[in-house]
Design a protein around this ligand. Structure first.
Ligand SMILES: *Cc1c(COP(=O)(O)O)cnc(C)c1O
Length: 378
């Protein structure tokens, strides 16, 4: 059992509708990876993201894998993605026998730097080695700068997959994230803004592609009374029970975004007098769901470094985490090519994610802020 005094980074929180929907689902005996809850979750989700089609899957990683597979990514191909991301983004590339090439972040948004992307695409175009796809990531809830990225990728005719796993409820130029590439990917892992304990969603305006994804996620069965297979499929579907939980969570999405944004502003206000702390900037082009409140700590000005702070918080039973460790510094991807990397490295070396759960109380937030204040040696 999780301890009641411990403050977690981003624990699940219930909307209150889960039991009712689960009860209904259990009584209906639809205890399968298909059923009315899955259908309803998919259509309600597509409406939320304002996109044509969605298919519910067992994880966000599965959604990334299927998106790349549907774009024809295969052995020997190259796929570009940001170096500052969760490993799932890069792993989906590797599952298909393709190789990731990592691009550094823009310091202003922490997301894929469009200028570096342009350099990489131009150079690869000259060599005749254009990537098979580009994956953008909407990091910690902040949308990537989709307009210049999409324009570039159209110029070179390279399809884009938007990894919006952390960003459900965020917008870019007034439009919900997840709808900017050929495919959008979401996660309902236990720490995300809505959760089904584990799950994901693949979205697209291309209905045929989503139908194909749905088939691939169910072992790609051909039409026949027996089990006939001509393509390699996967077991990637979401349980109807979990879809019921997802629907119950989705109705409170807007409240969750508001709660997390409020948590961010409150931390910022409570800590505004401390030197050397910089909160993740919010780009003017959109609204972040502030999935996690992230900041960087300048040890020279703050008087202690990120790791000292993290350990001090841990002492007080407060869970915090460094930012994602860049992929190019992971043992798994050390050999992969990259363009830049210093921005992501700086963010990893100095960055910390603070407890940001949608249900975090002001009392607990005060405890976190006081703990941080206690680390300041300036
Ligand atoms: C959580 C996450 C994923 C993977 O989602 P799972 O549902 O855990 O497989 C992919 N990309 C990013 C950026 C994530 O944060």
């Amino acid at each position: 059992m999780p301890s009641s005094d411990r403050i977690y980074l981003s624990p699940p929180s219930l909307s209150g509708h889960e039991l009712e929907l689960l009860d209904e689902t259990l009584r209906s005996n639809w205890i399968a990876p298909l059923g009315p809850q899955v259908d309803a979750f998919e259509s309600e989700f597509a409406e939320t993201v304002r996109i044509g089609h969605a298919t519910a899957l067992s994880s966000g990683t599965a959604a990334l894998h299927l998106a790349l597979r549907l774009l024809g990514v295969g052995a020997g191909d190259v796929v570009l993605c940001p170096t500052l991301t969760f490993v799932a983004t890069a792993n989906a590339i590797s599952y298909l026998g393709a190789s990731p090439v990592f691009i550094d972040s823009d310091a202003a948004t922490w997301n894929l730097d469009p200028v570096l992307l342009e350099e990489e695409l131009a150079q690869r175009s000259r060599r005749g080695e254009l990537p098979r796809a580009v994956i953008t990531v909407d990091l910690y809830g902040q949308s990537a700068d989709h307009e210049p990225i999409l324009e570039l990728c159209e110029r070179y005719d390279v399809p884009v997959v938007e990894d919006a796993a952390e960003a459900l409820g965020s917008t870019y130029k007034q439009r919900p994230v997840g709808a900017f590439g050929r495919f959008g990917v979401f996660s309902f892992n236990g720490n995300k803004i809505i959760t089904t304990s584990g799950g994901g969603m693949l979205v697209s305006d291309n209905g045929e592609a989503i139908a194909e994804a749905r088939s691939l996620a169910a072992q790609a069965r051909d039409e026949a009374p027996h089990y006939e297979h001509s393509r390699l499929g996967y077991n990637y579907r979401l349980s109807n029970l979990l879809a019921a939980v997802g629907r119950a969570q989705l109705v409170t999405l807007e409240e969750r975004v508001e709660a997390r944004r409020k948590i961010f502003s409150r931390y910022k206000r409570l800590l505004s007098d401390l030197p050397g702390l910089e909160f993740m900037p919010e780009a003017a082009y959109g609204r972040s769901n502030r999935w996690l409140t992230c900041l960087t700590i300048d040890p020279a000005r703050f008087g202690s470094n990120r790791e000292t702070v993290r350990l001090a918080l841990e002492e007080l039973d407060i869970e915090s985490r460094p930012l994602w460790k860049p992929m190019h510094r992971q043992p798994l991807y050390r050999e992969s090519p990259r363009r830049g990397g210093a921005v992501a490295e700086g963010l990893f070396d100095h960055g910390l994610c603070l407890p940001s759960g949608s249900a975090l109380s002001e009392t607990d937030q005060d405890r976190v802020a006081e703990a941080l204040r206690g680390c300041c040696r300036a």
